[in-house]
Design a protein around this ligand. Structure first.
Ligand SMILES: NC(=O)c1ccc[n+]([C@@H]2O[C@H](COP(=O)([O-])OP(=O)(O)OC[C@H]3O[C@@H](n4cnc5c(N)ncnc54)[C@H](OP(=O)(O)O)[C@@H]3O)[C@@H](O)[C@H]2O)c1
Length: 257
């Protein structure tokens, strides 16, 4: 856990119960660290990285926090059911759900894998979480500008299947906003540019040399993992923004301003 920033006040989330999907590494791990530092009990969810998730839980516990690691492949409905059964048994409910897990650039996956994970599994996850979320709960969906604006702004060809699937997932989740609002649950999409130092950025740079540095030149700067995760953590506590969307950094390249 490397938390250079401290976006949330200590104890500000005391007693809150949080689940961050895909939180054994990357942005999810930093986000779960910020929530735990603010006093929330956290689920560190992983698909493959059990040892990493265990290390993160130990680090949170060592600094006085409360965390449990739960493995679940989000594309497997039985696995998601077992995840929420464990949360219900351990904590009786959830106050914060951060939908961070994402994929689609892994090699050897079926052609429809990005859609299955970034759209279908996200909808199934939120549907399965609903009975555990009480009025006042907050749901945050994490995405990239390249996905959020894919219908109007061309993106790197290597990222296109992921971008289209994440936008489809965002649209499907947005269709649930009326039901969430009626249940008193706040919903926020957090959208950011490519993040320096991530596996996705490294894979894209490898497939398309110069792509990430070109993005950096165009944007002026790119956020790092800690900075972006701090924005995700703030989206959990700050009022729901206009159009349920929190943009991180400059979006002028994407909206043609
Ligand atoms: N990277 C960027 O430049 C960037 C920019 C803007 C927005 N974002 C968004 O930020 C979020 C996190 O990105 P990241 O770069 O930190 O991702 P990452 O390093 O690729 O990590 C993805 C996480 O998702 C988990 N995951 C993948 N497939 C899963 C599955 N089928 N079931 C359960 N968990 C699964 C992984 O778990 P395991 O490690 O256990 O496999 C991992 O913890 C994503 O929503 C992404 O779209 C990223």
């Amino acid at each position: 856990m490397n938390t250079p920033l401290n976006p949330l006040a200590p104890e500000s989330l005391s007693g809150a119960r949080a689940l961050v999907t895909g939180s054994s590494r990357g942005i999810g791990a930093e986000t779960v660290g910020y929530l735990a530092k603010a006093g929330a009990k956290v689920v560190v969810n992983y698909r493959n990285k059990e040892a990493r998730a265990g290390k993160l839980v130990a680090a949170i516990e060592a600094s006085g926090g409360e965390a449990i690691a739960i493995g679940a492949d989000l594309t497997d409905e039985a696995s998601v059911r077992a995840l929420f059964d464990t949360v219900a048994r351990e904590w009786g409910g959830l106050d914060i759900l951060v939908m961070n897990a994402s994929g689609g650039m892994e090699s050897g996956m079926a052609e429809d894998y990005a859609m299955r994970l970034n759209r279908d599994a996200q909808v199934s996850l939120l549907t399965a979480a609903l009975p555990l979320l009480a009025p006042g709960a907050r749901v945050v969906f994490v995405t990239s500008h390249q996905a959020h604006f894919v219908e109007t702004t061309e993106t790197m060809p290597e990222y296109l299947p992921v971008a289209l699937s994440k936008r489809a997932g965002e649209d499907a989740l947005r269709a649930m906003i009326p039901a969430l609002t009626a249940a008193g649950i706040g919903f926020v999409v957090v959208s950011g540019d490519m993040i320096e130092g991530t596996i996705t950025a490294t894979l894209l740079e490898r497939a398309n040399p110069g792509a990430i540095s070109a993005r950096k030149d165009a944007a002026g700067r790119l956020y790092n993992v800690g900075e972006f995760a701090a924005e995700v953590a703030l989206a959990v506590v700050e009022p729901v923004p206009e159009n349920n969307t929190r943009y991180v950094g400059d979006v002028s390249d994407f909206i043609g301003a």
